[in-house]
Design a protein around this ligand. Sequence first.
Ligand code: ZN
Length: 149
Amino acid sequence: MDNELNELYQEVILDHNRNPRNFRALPDANRQAEGDNPLCGDHFTVFLKLDKDKIVDIAFQGAGCAISKASASLMTELIKGKTVAEAQKYFADFRKMLDSGVADEEALGSLCALGGVHNFPMRVKCAVLSWHAMLAGLNGQPVVSTEKS
Ligand code: ZN
């Protein structure tokens, strides 16, 4: 990856950390789950409004490092309006990128900004935390911890 692209990705992460999107409670949420990453101190609650298999709204609250917060923010942007299956596919592709370090721009869009996390294995838990919470919420589980994952 060339430096210019790296800088662009850094900008995306900093921007989403400073001004997280959909960072609020969702009073009419019908699913919600908490994600906890004690290794880094990240803790988020993800709220979902599910209509049949469509995620009509998603929001999150909590606190954590820049990577966990930017990942949650980017996730809410991508997942809103998508189906459960599409959300699961995004996570599968995201996970693949974190494991391989290879970013598929077409499949992942702005999430590619987190591709560099691959080089910091300890931070992968930060990047996937809100995603685990989102998927747990869809499955009806209220709390998820990445401590052992
Ligand atoms: Zn973290």
